[in-house]
Design a protein around this ligand. Structure first.
Ligand code: PGA
Length: 247
């Protein structure tokens, strides 16, 4: 059975003053719950300080993307090794905002996930369909295809996390129905089983897209949902901790 991961994604939000929320979240998740991990992924500018503040707690800190290379002439980019050095234990790769804003293909995402593994941190590989893809009845086909193409070669099931985030549900308040989430997460689990065999059961599959304290209980109760990737509701410690309490 996969562990549960309640993960926040701060995106391009947060100044140093926001770090009080990290301290509050770190305090709220300590002592740790058995088989439930807490994580906040922060902008690179806040990573080192957030990791320092969370060090004595059960809260993990992560990055939001990484370059595929370890170092070199890539002005403005951050490598997985740099994230690890700053205190990250996870990194989000292939978020739909990165895929859209920076033309990150599934092939690039697979390389970023491989870079994370090279640096010793866990990639959270994001996949999800657009509204048009769902309306055309192709959501399952599109998302399982994205998953297959975004998995790093040679990874073990213990070393990756998947997040299903329908693009139309992100930041919109339009959360996917429990039925649609159930169908998609079952399809993703079978797809992972094709690659990893029985060990696929160990891979957390998170749901993301307008998860809030009031809908988290229903979403987290779905069989193959092993946690959440939470944007807006992770910026306030009270909201994030209310979701963590449902896990
Ligand atoms: P949201 O974002 O919770 O604000 O919808 C989720 C995400 O993009 O990871």
């Amino acid at each position: 059975m996969a562990r549960t991961l309640i993960a926040g994604n701060w995106k391009m939000n947060g100044l140093r003053a926001s770090l009080v929320e990290i301290t509050a979240i770190a305090g709220g998740v300590t002592p740790a719950k058995e088989n439930v991990e807490a994580l906040i992924c922060v902008p690179a500018t806040l990573l080192m300080q957030a990791a320092d503040q969370a060090r004595e707690s059960a809260l993990n800190i992560g990055g939001e993307t990484c370059h595929t290379n370890e170092k070199g002439a890539h002005t403005g980019d951050v490598s997985a090794e740099m994230l690890a050095d700053a205190g990250a234990s996870y990194v989000i790769v292939g978020h739909s905002e990165r895929r859209a804003d920076h033309d990150e293909t599934s092939e690039i995402v697979a390389s970023q996930a491989a870079a994370a593994l090279r640096a010793g941190i866990t990639p959270i590989i994001c996949v999800g369909e657009t509204a048009a893809e769902r309306d055309s009845g192709k959501a399952i086909e599109v998302v399982t295809g994205m998953l297959r193409d975004s998995l790093p070669e040679g990874a073990s099931a213990e070393s990756v996390v998947i997040a299903y985030e329908p693009v139309w549900a992100i930041g919109t308040g339009n959360v996917a129905t429990v039925e649609a989430v159930d169908e998609m997460h079952n399809a993703l689990r079978s797809c992972l089983a094709d690659v990893y065999g029985a060990a696929a059961d160990l891979i957390p599959i998170l749901y993301g897209g307008s998860m809030k304290p009031d809908n988290a209980g229903d979403l987290l109760a779905v069989k193959n949902v092993n946690g959440g990737l939470i944007g807006g509701a992770s910026l306030k410690a009270t909201d994030f901790l209310a979701i963590y309490a449902k896990a």
